[in-house]
Design a protein around this ligand. Sequence first.
Ligand SMILES: Cc1cc2nc3c(=O)[nH]c(=O)nc-3n(C[C@H](O)[C@H](O)[C@H](O)COP(=O)(O)O)c2cc1C
Length: 223
Amino acid sequence: MDIVDAVRSRKSIRGYKPDPVPKEILKEILDIALNTPSAMNTQPWEITVVTGEVLHNIGKGNVEMANARVEPSQELAHKPFEDKYRQRQVDLAIQIFQLMGITREDKEKRAKWYHLGYRFFDAPAAFILSMDKSLDGSLMSLLDMGAIMQTICLTALNYGLGTCIEDQGVMFPGVVREHTGIPESSRIIISIAIGYPDWDFPANKLESTREPVENVVTWYGDA
Ligand SMILES: Cc1cc2nc3c(=O)[nH]c(=O)nc-3n(C[C@H](O)[C@H](O)[C@H](O)COP(=O)(O)O)c2cc1C
């Protein structure tokens, strides 16, 4: 697949066909994505692949936590967005809820939507990206994690697969650890749901917006 087509066509997929993704394909995607550059070639990433019963149980555990109103405790430091960033977050939610036919007042449907996210949007597989805690405080290593995250998503397109990067999937790290061997010495950073897109699923029709080049790029020199 052409690189420009890949970058332009990648989008978050929030509805999947139940078809499993062959292990060889998942392995090939990761093998390719491991070409990602990292600061001083430190390669901080650890990748855990979860499918089948294990994935199902993590999703179930996440939903149970949410239903019990347990406060999320994701391990990637994060603070509430403000100003234009908050506005973009709200705009996205409005777009998704419109497509899914979820009104502001419909608390039950809203909860169901969040549960779907906690279940990795019922994708047949997910990657969990973690990083040794000895790298805590190294923002450079986080850049590396972001780079491999995007490389995985782009590479997946070559195999007809869709992805959704999700902090929601790892909001309850205790649940993830309960069902995987990810040790306490590793910081769980992010998850990526992966599978064959269900193009009839309303939220997959979402075309998320972007600021134009003029708004975010500053030029100096003669270019
Ligand atoms: C770090 C990160 C965390 C994200 N977490 C979630 C999530 O928990 N749930 C979700 O539905 N989408 C999540 N997304 C997807 C973003 O909402 C999405 O990338 C953004 O709205 C742009 O849309 P696009 O991916 O379709 O281009 C996340 C994306 C990133 C990069």
